[in-house]
Design a protein around this ligand. Structure first.
Ligand code: GLU
Length: 457
């Protein structure tokens, strides 16, 4: 069976870096296994779902380098969920309940006061057809619960029923169904909660592995029971730790500045975002990986640690800088061209190799380009004017190469006795308009003889 995974966001907002983690864990797993990746929009909550968010999610995944093999929306598949409901009802596994939220809360409070677990007591199963008619005549509409298989025929006499699964991140897991309430699958307004549609889709799209955040681990035993009730073999599950900021703050509060959109707009590289989103909270150091292929060969679900995955948003920029320092010219050529940099690919390659160590983001290259192509003019200090005149005369002939700068400054040193800052800084200022920047031996050939002479005089 082809390995098939899915990433199933609700299109109710933009993806943030915390959502990138499950998306990438699934994608990397599919890459490693030669499998398929499905993007499924969990949009049964029609009030909160927006088409614009669905589109944005697709774009943000593409920016990360994720190209789904298949995309679909749950709102297009309601008939499939309705069919599953009919099957569960026919099997006597889905029953109508009429309690209001207040009534349920009062019952839970009572159970807690008596020291009992606040598990739903299946009271609705005792209702007769007349009771139900009366309640519906009062204007109540039912919500529907799935009858958990924690009994041997008599649902009021439950027994310990362990559901176990071998979680690819957390190891062997076991949950006693008798300790859980029968889950509500359909709300009183007829809308679906996420549980049943997700299972129906996982079955019908042949999902073999469900990889998701550990906030879903509590639902898994119930979901396994429903998979079985629908006659399906449950997929393999993996629940990874959730990304949180160093202060333990959930990412939802920081969605704005940590949304993938805003990270992209801030000029961060997708691979630095992906490296941080995946490697944090694993047995690997958080290093910039050069491609998703490299990440997928490196990280397995087994490497995910049991503790939380805390990161400091301030680490993103230094991580990005490290990635940028090693980006080869061909990886940035189009972008440099877009910034109006240089004439021709060979020139841009030399330019990039000269400036990349001085860039935290690729966009920083444009400031260095200004320094090379059209620097601000800095009036030389009085005692430097003659020095610059001499420098113009001693400038070697072209072609310039990496040795030209040291030939030139060597001659100037011999002629003037200057050294250190006094030797170099007036030249850097005159040629680039700046006091600091990339190595002058790489910049001089890019500036060229004619411009250099003009800037020295
Ligand atoms: N729509 C669910 C969520 O965003 C999907 C959970 C799952 O992967 O099963 O949390």
């Amino acid at each position: 069976m082809t390995v098939t995974v899915r990433f199933a966001p609700s299109p109710t907002g933009y993806l943030h870096i915390g959502n990138a983690r499950p998306a990438l864990m699934n994608w990397l797993f599919a890459l490693r296994e030669g499998g398929r990746f499905i993007l499924r929009y969990d949009d049964t909550d029609l009030e909160r779902s927006r088409e614009a968010y669905a589109q944005a999610i697709g774009e943000d995944l593409e920016w990360l380098g994720i190209v789904p093999h298949e995309v679909f929306r749950q709102s297009d598949r309601l008939a499939h969920y309705d069919a599953a409901v009919e099957r569960l009802k026919a099997a006597g596994l889905l029953y109508p309940c009429y309690e209001t939220a207040d009534e349920l809360e009062r019952r839970r409070a009572r159970a807690r006061a008596l020291g009992r677990p606040p598990v739903y007591d299946r009271a609705a199963l005792r209702l007769s057809a007349e009771d139900r008619e009366r309640l519906e005549a009062e204007g109540r509409t039912p919500h529907w619960r799935f009858l958990l298989p924690d009994h041997e025929g008599d649902p009021f006499s439950t027994r310990r029923t362990d559901v176990t699964w071998d979680d690819l991140c957390r190891g062997s897991q076991s949950v006693d169904l008798a300790s859980l309430s029968d889950p509500v699958l359909i709300r009183a307004d007829g809308s679906y909660l996420y549980t049943l549609p997700s299972i129906v889709d996982d079955i019908e799209s042949g999902v073999t592995h469900v990889i998701r955040g550990e906030d879903h681990v509590a639902n898994t035993a119930v979901q396994i029971a429903i998979f079985r009730a629908l006659g399906a073999t449950p997929p393999v599950f993996a629940h990874h730790n959730l990304l949180t900021t160093a202060s333990g703050e959930g990412l939802s509060k920081r969605k704005g500045d940590l949304s993938l959109r805003s990270l992209r707009e801030q000029g961060l590289e997708p691979m630095s975002v992906a490296s941080l989103a995946v490697l944090t909270g694993t047995s690997h150091a958080v290093e910039p990986a050069e491609s998703l292929g490299v990440l997928s060969a490196m990280v397995t679900l087994d490497d995910v640690s049991r503790s939380s995955a805390k990161f400091d948003p301030d680490d993103l920029l230094p991580l990005n800088a490290r990635l940028v320092h090693s980006l080869p010219p061909e990886a940035v050529d189009m972008r440099l061209k877009g910034m109006g940099i240089g004439d021709g690919e060979t020139f841009r390659a030399a330019f990039w190799l000269a400036v990349r160590e001085n860039c935290q983001k690729v966009a920083d290259a444009s400031a260095w380009w200004r320094a090379i192509a059209a620097p601000g003019r800095v009036a030389p200090a009085d005692d430097d004017a003659a020095y610059l005149e001499l420098a113009a005369r001693l400038l070697p002939d072209e072609p310039f190469d990496e040795g030209s700068w040291s030939d030139w400054t060597g001659r100037l040193k011999a002629e003037t006795g200057r050294k250190g800052r006094a030797l170099f800084l007036p030249l850097r200022r005159a040629l680039t308009g700046l006091d600091h920047g990339p190595d002058m031996k790489a910049l001089l050939p890019l500036i060229g003889r004619r411009s250099s002479v003009a800037r020295l005089s």
